[in-house]
Design a protein around this ligand. Structure first.
Ligand SMILES: [Fe+2]
Ligand SMILES: [Fe+2]
Length: 264
């Protein structure tokens, strides 16, 4: 399976549209999960941007702390079965924190989204939420993928270690910086602290550089536009044994979009 880290704005969506069909063929990918929390103008996701990403070949979409930036997300949460939000929002929040993806002869794949609490707005404890939800998912799927949207590497590694042997893979998102610690834990769970982001890398985390510098220099709020240069599709590829649900291999992905300026 391929996981695509945070798709940022129009350049990120273009990278998915232009690169994913060829990646699916070349790497013989069965399932694609993508984080879409920054898909609409860098902040949140709309029905139209979600449709665009699904049409490009993404099977299931996860999100994170930017979930509520676009009002229309409520429509997605209520109606889109392929859309997953962090599980550890309070009871009564619209949408679902996990789902089981089924596609023809492929084995069912459980997908769960969680959000961290270290240096982030407080939510329910993701460790408690994860344990009970994994047990529930395991009744319907041997293969389970977790997108843990969190700031702190310690929180991500701790959750990955706690779930080692019970899930196939945990990949972190949110920092937009790809880490180089991909590994398979002793119990068979593939892990990567952060998958990076899909979008313009001639930037600060996908936004125009100058405004971000100005914000730090002046301590005043600025408008952060999505940048445009050096577009990459980032994430990770995980090979999973369908009998045991254990990971066999994890490999970081960072694919450049050729001539991003030429294809507006
Ligand atoms: Fe993000
Ligand atoms: Fe985030």
């Amino acid at each position: 399976m391929l996981f695509i880290a945070d798709i940022v704005g129009q350049p990120g969506r273009r990278a998915v549209k232009e690169l994913l069909p060829e990646l699916r063929r070349r790497l013989a990918i069965d399932v694609v999960v993508a984080n879409g929390e920054n898909a609409a103008g860098g902040s949140g996701i709309t029905v139209k941007t979600a449709d665009e990403i699904f049409a490009a070949g993404v099977d299931v979409m996860t999100s994170g702390d930017h979930l509520w930036d676009q009002k229309e997300v409520v429509g997605l949460l209520e109606n889109e079965k392929r859309f997953v939000r962090p599980l550890n929002y309070p009871a009564g929040t619209p949408g679902q924190g996990s789902m089981i993806f089924r596609n023809g002869a492929l084995p069912p794949v459980g997908v769960m989204n969680l959000q961290g609490r270290t240096f982030m707005p407080p939510l329910e404890n993701p460790f408690h939420a994860a344990l009970s939800e994994v047990e529930k998912l395991r009744r319907g799927a041997k293969i389970i993928f977790v997108d843990f949207h969190a700031e702190a590497t310690s929180e991500k590694i701790a959750l990955g270690r706690m779930l080692d042997g019970r899930i196939s893979a945990l990949i972190g998102t949110h920092t937009h910086v790809q880490t180089s610690d991909e590994q398979i834990f002793p119990g068979g769970t593939a892990f990567l602290s952060d998958g990076g982001f899909t979008g313009p890398h001639e930037s600060v985390l996908g936004r125009e550089i100058d405004a971000i510098i100005k914000r730090f220099v002046t301590c005043q709020p600025q408008k952060f536009e999505v940048a445009s240069g050096r577009v990459l599709l980032q994430g990770a590829l995980v090979e999973i044994d369908e009998q045991s649900g254990k990971a066999l291999k994890i490999q970081r992905v960072s694919e450049p979009l050729a001539d991003p300026e030429k294809n507006p």
